[in-house]
Design a protein around this ligand. Structure first.
Ligand code: SF4
Ligand code: SF4
Length: 679
C-alpha cells in the first residue's frame, strides 16, 4: 500500500505518461493511414484474425524458424513481459486498495498460488533471457546486427539500434528486477511462500534487515518496477520495443493474400490515377508503414536474403529500419497530411539494391512480425518503371519481346510449338474436349535446355493417358517477369490478353491448368483471378504425384538415380508446394537428399524478380553459384529442380564452376524411369 503522497505522485505521473503515449499513438495512427489502400475486415473475419494473431503472439511461432537460442531467450523475455501486464495491474491495485492482495486476497488460495508461481518463474526466466540477449548483442558482438558497407543505412541507425537495445534492456532489467526484488523483501517480512520458490530462496538474504528497512525497500522496488514503466512509456513508442503491440496488430490487419508474392492490380483504365508505384513513403501500401513500426530490427530477413548473402547492396532489414528512423525524425509532415519529403531512394534503399531483389520471398517468410519488405521493393520498381522510365538497360529487350512477340526471348508465336516436334501434343483446336490444359510457358517453349522439361512432361502425360491440350500459338508470356520488374502496364496487357484466351478455351467447364513453370503457376493461380481468369491451376509435380498415387504411372526404379532436391522459391515459399516434388522423386525410386537450406528456408537460384533478364548486381558471388555449391556439397550426382528458371540458372552455374553435377527437372527424372510395361 502506497502512502497518500506516493499515490498522488503516481496519478500525476500516470496522467502525464498517458498523455504523451496517446499523442504518439495518434501520430502513428495518422502516419499509417497515409499509406495506400484500406483493409475492410468483416466481423467474422475479425474473430478469426484475432485468434490467429493471438496464437502467433502467445506461441511466438514465427520466431522459431531460425536462431533457436536467441528465439528461446526472447520467448522468456516476451512471455514474462506480457504476463507482467497483469502483474503490474495487480501491483497497482495492491498499492491503492487497503487490505487487498491481487488476485483474490486469499479467497481462492489455489488461484493466488498459481498466479504467484507463474510470476515468480517468468520473472527469473525474463531476467535470465534478457541477460543472455544483452550478452549476445554487446559482449559477443554478433554479426547478426552488421550491415554491408554498400547498404544504405540511416546515419542514426547503427548507433541508434545499439542505444535502443541498451535502453530497452536496462528498462526491462530494472522493471522486472525491481518487481522480483520487491517480492523478496515482502516475503522476508511475511515469510516464505512455496508458490514463489525463487523469490522465497532470495528472501532469506534479507533476514538480518529490520522491519522498517524491508518496508522501505518494498516502496523503492515498487517505484523501480512501476515508476520505470511510467517514465518509459513515452519513449517506448519511439523505440523498437513498440513491436510488442505493433506485431500483433500487424498480424491482425495484414491483408490476407493467396500467396506472399501476390501483387495488387493497378487499374490503368482509371484516369484519376496519377501515381503508379511508390516514390515516397505515403505511396506505399498502408501495411508497409505499419511494418516500419513492427520491425524488431533483428536482421533475420537480411540473413535470409540471397542478395545480401552474396554481397549485394540490398538489405531488407535496412529498408525497414531506414523507414522507421525517417518516421521518428520526420514523420510530423506525414502525420499532418503533407508530402513526406525525400523519395524512398534518397533515404530508404538505393536503386542498386532495388534491382538486386529476386522477389524470392525469404524476407517475408522469415520475418517474426509479419513484415513484407519485398512488396516495398516491387512497389518502388513500379514507380521507377512507370513514372520515371528508369530500369536496367537489358530489361528493354525482354520488355520488347513480351510486348511484341509475347515472349521475353523475342521468339515469335510461330515457333511456340517447336519444342513439341515428334511428340503427341494436341492443341486446344485439335482436342477441344481436353481435361487438362498444359500451360507450357515461355522458358519450356523456347530455351533449349528447358524444352527438355516440356518434352519429358508430355511423355509422362501420354504414358499416363491424360487427356490434355496446349494453347500453341495462342499462349503468350504470363507477364510474371514484367510484373516483378515493375512494368505493371505490360503485365496488365499480357494478363488481360491471356485471361480472355483462357476464358474462351476453358469454356466454363471444370478443367484444370497445369504449368511446368512455378512463375506461370503463381501468376495464373494467384494474380489472373483479378483479370477474370479464375481456374484450378496446379504444378506439374502435383499432377504427376496424383497420377502416381492413382497407379497411372509406373517407373523402373533401377533407372532412377538418387538426387538432391532444390525447392524453387515460387513453388515452395510462394505457393507452399513442398511435398509433391519429393513424393514424385520417391515414387520414381529416388532417395532424396535434403539440402541444408530447404522448404521454407530454401535459397534462391537467382533468376526470380526478373533477374533472369539483366546482369546480376555487383556483389561477392553469384546467387546461383552459392546455391550450386550447396548442392555439390550434398554429394549426389544429380540435383533435381522443378522450375525452368532454376534449371537455366543452376545449369549455367554448373558450367561456370566446372562440376559434373547434373541438373534435371523432376519430370525428366520420371520420364527417364518410365516403365514400358502397361500400368
Ligand atoms: S524478396 Fe528475397 S531477394 Fe528480395 S529482399 Fe526479400 S529476401 Fe532479399
Ligand atoms: S523486417 Fe522482420 S526480419 Fe527484418 S529486421 Fe525487421 S523484424 Fe527482423
Amino acid at each position: 500500500m502506497l502512502t497518500l503522497v506516493e499515490q498522488i505522485i503516481f496519478v500525476l505521473l500516470a496522467l502525464a505518461s498517458a498523455y504523451f503515449a496517446l499523442r504518439s499513438a495518434d501520430r502513428i495512427r495518422r502516419i499509417v493511414r497515409r499509406g495506400r489502400g484500406a483493409e475492410k475486415i468483416s466481423l467474422a473475419d475479425a474473430a478469426r484474425r484475432a485468434w490467429d494473431a493471438a496464437a502467433k503472439f502467445v506461441t511466438l511461432s514465427p520466431t522459431w524458424q531460425t536462431r533457436f537460442w536467441p528465439s528461446l531467450f526472447h520467448a522468456l523475455v516476451a512471455w514474462g513481459f506480457v504476463f507482467y501486464l497483469l502483474v503490474n495491474l495487480g501491483d497497482v491495485l495492491n498499492a491503492f486498495l487497503p487490505g487487498y492482495r491481487f488476485p483474490t486476497s486469499g479467497a481462492a488460495p489455489a488461484l493466488d498460488g498459481v498466479y504467484h508461481l507463474i510470476a515468480d518463474l517468468l520473472s527469473v526466466g525474463a531476467l535470465g533471457g534478457l541477460t543472455a540477449l544483452l550478452l549476445r548483442r554487446f559482449a559477443l558482438n554478433s554479426r547478426d546486427f552488421a550491415f554491408l558497407e554498400s547498404t544504405l543505412v540511416h546515419p542514426k541507425a547503427k548507433a541508434g539500434i545499439r542505444r535502443d537495445s541498451a535502453i530497452v534492456g536496462a528498462f526491462i532489467l530494472t522493471h522486472v528486477g525491481s518487481r522480483f526484488l520487491g517480492e523478496t523483501f515482502r516475503l522476508a517480512e511475511h515469510g516464505a511462500d512455496p508458490w514463489q520458490p525463487f523469490a522465497s530462496a532470495l528472501s532469506f538474504a534479507w533476514d538480518s534487515l529490520p522491519l522498517g528497512a524491508l518496508t522501505v525497500m518494498q516502496h523503492v522496488c515498487f517505484w523501480g518496477a512501476i515508476g520505470t514503466i511510467l517514465l518509459f512509456v513515452p519513449y517506448f513508442l519511439y523505440s523498437k520495443h513498440i513491436h510488442i503491440f505493433m506485431a500483433p496488430l500487424n498480424f491482425f490487419f495484414k491483408p490476407e493474400r493467396k500467396s506472399i508474392g501476390q501483387l495488387e492490380k493497378i487499374d490503368f483504365d482509371d484516369e484519376t490515377l496519377t501515381q503508379f508505384g511508390a516514390t515516397r513513403l505515403e505511396h506505399l501500401e498502408w501495411p508497409a508503414l505499419m511494418d516500419a513500426y513492427a520491425c524488431i530490427m533483428c536482421n533475420r530477413c537480411q540473413d535470409a536474403c540471397p542478395a545480401h548473402v552474396t554481397g549485394k547492396a540490398l538489405s531488407p532489414s535496412a529498408l525497414e529500419i531506414n523507414k522507421r528512423y525517417f518516421l521518428n525524425d520526420e514523420g510530423a509532415a506525414l502525420a499532418a497530411g503533407k508530402e513526406s519529403g525525400p523519395t524512398l531512394l534518397e533515404f530508404a534503399i538505393s536503386a542498386e539494391a532495388v534491382w538486386a531483389c529476386t522477389s524470392c520471398g525469404a524476407c517475408v517468410q522469415i520475418c517474426p512480425v509479419g513484415n513484407e519488405p519485398m512488396r516495398d521493393i516491387l512497389d518502388i520498381r513500379r514507380s521507377l518503371v512507370l513514372m520515371d522510365n528508369q530500369f536496367p538497360d537489358l530489361f528493354q529487350t525482354a520488355f520488347k519481346g513480351m510486348e511484341r512477340q509475347g515472349n521475353p526471348w523475342n521468339v515469335g508465336p510461330s515457333a511456340r510449338l517447336e519444342w513439341a516436334q515428334g511428340l503427341n501434343v494436341p492443341t486446344v483446336e485439335q482436342n477441344p474436349d481436353f481435361e487438362v490444359l498444359y500451360w507450357v510457358g515461355c522458358a519450356p517453349a523456347t530455351d533449349p535446355r528447358a524444352r527438355q522439361t516440356a518434352r519429358a512432361f508430355v511423355q509422362v502425360l501420354n504414358a499416363a493417358g491424360v487427356n490434355f491440350a496446349v494453347l500453341g500459338q495462342r499462349e503468350a508470356c504470363t507477364g510474371d517477369s514484367a510484373r516483378r520488374a515493375g512494368n505493371e502496364a505490360l503485365f496488365f496487357q499480357l494478363a488481360t490478353q491471356n485471361s480472355e484466351v483462357l476464358q474462351e478455351v476453358m469454356d466454363g467447364r471444370p478443367r484444370r491448368i497445369v504449368a511446368t513453370c512455378p512463375h506461370c503457376l503463381h501468376t495464373l493461380k494467384n494474380e489472373y483471378p483479378d483479370f477474370g481468369a479464375q481456374f484450378d491451376v496446379i504444378h506439374h509435380t502435383q499432377l504427376i504425384a496424383e497420377l502416381m498415387a492413382a497407379g497411372k504411372i509406373r517407373t523402373d526404379p533401377t533407372r532412377t538415380a538418387n538426387v538432391a532436391f532444390h525447392d524453387p522459391c515460387y513453388l515452395g515459399r510462394h505457393n507452399r508446394v513442398y511435398d509433391a516434388p519429393r513424393q514424385v522423386l520417391q515414387g520414381a525410386g529416388a532417395a532424396v537428399t535434403e539440402l541444408p537450406r530447404n522448404r521454407t528456408q530454401s535459397f534462391c537460384c537467382g533468376a526470380g524478380g526478373a533477374q533472369m533478364w539483366k546482369e546480376e548486381e555487383h556483389g561477392r558471388e553469384r546467387v546461383s553459384v552459392n546455391r550450386l555449391n550447396e548442392a555439390i556439397a550434398a554429394g549426389q550426382d544429380t540435383l533435381a529442380v522443378a522450375c525452368p528458371f532454376c534449371m537455366i540458372m543452376l545449369t549455367d552455374a554448373a558450367t561456370a564452376v566446372k562440376t559434373d553435377l547434373q541438373i534435371k527437372d523432376v519430370a525428366e527424372i520420371v520420364a527417364a524411369g518410365l516403365d514400358a510395361r502397361p500400368a
